[in-house]
Design a protein around this ligand. Structure first.
Ligand code: FCB
Length: 458
């Protein structure tokens, strides 16, 4: 990389600068005002699934602290906020009667953002599937995709006069593989066939949600958020290059190709054999078009890269991800690889030509140490942030149509299977007192945005 110090003046004037969260990770209030149970409520109650037996029952208590949290977002100087809508707050059993109290919460959230001059970005699904739908098969059955379309129409109709940016799904790879394939996320199933069935129904659900948004909120921009890793071969041998390409197929192309109207990559369908949705008889006529509904932007969640090595007989990919020596790693043991963000963004532009790319998540966890006032001098996270902003700037200069950046996360929160052990916030949360304190990274981001002239009202 040429320059690791980002220059705020080198970003477009109308650039979207935001912070991101998701419903289950921050809201708490799992049974309030008519909310139904989600798969994460259930999973957290299953012994041994979440570190320390942590749950999202309280999380950041955001549901009860909405106004002060909105003030905090404003004070960071961002011009956008990405949140997710909890499906079981709106439709407690996934379909059927609408729970107005659930919708009211998001109306207040959206109005509170607009009053403060912040653009709302609503994600429709960030992993908290209504438990009732999981009991009917969850994402392994097509009915869930249809129900997701109906739910999306309800939300788009209710919020679409004020929300002009919708994201259908967050990271379907995680829902399908971590949730149904290897069971480390809800609903905790260990079944690869089921996980590839889930990939298909998630993508069909994305298509249904796109149709619903177009129908109910015609002026809104809409797209999907994928978690993408730029993938490199461990060596330049043909075998390692092919292995890296298979890993790219599993992580990236399996989602990108259908979303951009190309259907599934044939090399992967062949490799998967009996596991594929095709072999399971799940791909119906018209699905390629449905999954490929035109989007306005691509949402990219990027944390690290992947380095692949040929490993005959290992898993269904016959490939292994290696841990390069000499690199820096975050507290999740994810390699810090800002150059790979530049490579990823440039590659996406070249291969898929999105109208706009938004980095909808990027961030890092480290073992923070807070002083008694809650101050965290998180030098590593601050460096991670600035290096990735610089990498984004580099991608812009190389022609990638990057239009926004959302830091993950606004504040420390419930980090799924890791509970409260892994902190990603640029604002520290004391989970005993719920006091929030911006970390060095948060103050650095705020100062950067002030210099970019992007502070609210500017
Ligand atoms: C992403 C998730 C987000 C958060 C970060 C660390 O995969 O979308 O909710 O957990 O990782």
């Amino acid at each position: 990389m040429t320059n690791r110090i980002p220059d705020p003046a080198r970003f477009p004037a109308r650039f979207t600068w935001g912070v991101a969260t998701s419903s289950y990770q921050i809201e708490g209030a799992p049974r309030e005002n008519g909310k139904g149970p989600s798969i994460w409520d259930t999973f957290c109650r299953t012994p041994g699934k979440v570190r320390g037996g942590d749950t999202g029952d309280v999380a950041c208590d955001h549901y009860h602290r909405l106004d002060s949290d909105l003030d905090m977002i404003r004070d960071l100087g961002v011009n956008a906020y990405r949140f997710s809508v909890s499906w079981p707050r709106i439709l407690p059993h996934g379909r059927g009667a609408v729970n107005q109290a659930g919708l009211d919460f998001y109306q207040r959230l959206v109005d509170g953002l607009l009053t403060r001059g912040i653009t709302p970005w609503a994600t429709l699904y960030h992993w908290d599937l209504p438990q009732t739908l999981e009991d009917e098969g969850g994402w392994t059955v097509r009915g869930t995709a249809e129900a997701f379309g109906t739910y999306s129409a309800v939300v788009a109709a209710a919020l679409g006069d004020r929300v002009k940016h919708f994201i259908t799904l967050n990271e379907p790879w995680c829902s399908a593989y971590l949730g149904y394939g290897i069971g480390i996320h809800a609903p905790g199933r260990h079944d690869l066939r089921a996980s590839f069935a889930a990939t298909h129904h998630l993508l069909v659900g994305h298509g249904r949600a796109m149709q619903a948004i177009r129908g109910q909120a015609p002026g809104a921009q809409a797209g999907i958020t994928l978690n993408l890793h730029h993938t490199y071969p461990a060596t330049d041998t043909p075998a390692d290059r092919a292995a890296a390409y298979r890993m790219d197929g599993f992580q990236n192309r399996w989602y990108l190709d259908p979303v951009y109207g190309r259907g599934y990559p044939q090399d992967m369908v062949d490799l998967l054999g009996d596991l594929s949705p095709q072999a399971q008889g799940l791909v119906l006529p018209g699905d390629t078009e449905l999954m490929g509904q035109p989007t306005d932007f691509l949402g990219v969640n990027m944390y690290s890269r992947a380095v692949g090595q040929d490993a005959p007989g290992e898993g269904f990919l016959h490939a292994r991800q290696i841990r390069p020596e000499g690199s820096a790693y975050t507290g999740f043991d994810w390699e810090v690889a800002p150059d790979s963000l530049t490579d990823l963004l440039v590659r996406l532009q070249e291969d898929y030509a999105p109208d706009a790319i938004y980095i909808t998540e990027n961030g890092s966890t480290y073992p923070d140490v807070a002083d008694e006032d809650g101050n965290v001098n998180d030098l590593e996270r601050t460096q991670y942030l600035t290096e990735h902003l610089a990498a984004t700037q580099e991608a812009l200069s190389r022609g990638a149509k990057v239009a926004g950046y959302f830091a993950w996360s606004l504040m420390d929160n419930f980090e799924w299977a890791e509970g409260y052990d892994k902190r990603f916030g640029i604002v520290h949360v004391n989970f005993d007192t719920q006091v929030r304190t911006p970390k060095l990274s948060g103050r650095t981001y705020r100062d950067f945005l002030a210099r970019a002239g992007q502070a609210v009202g500017a």
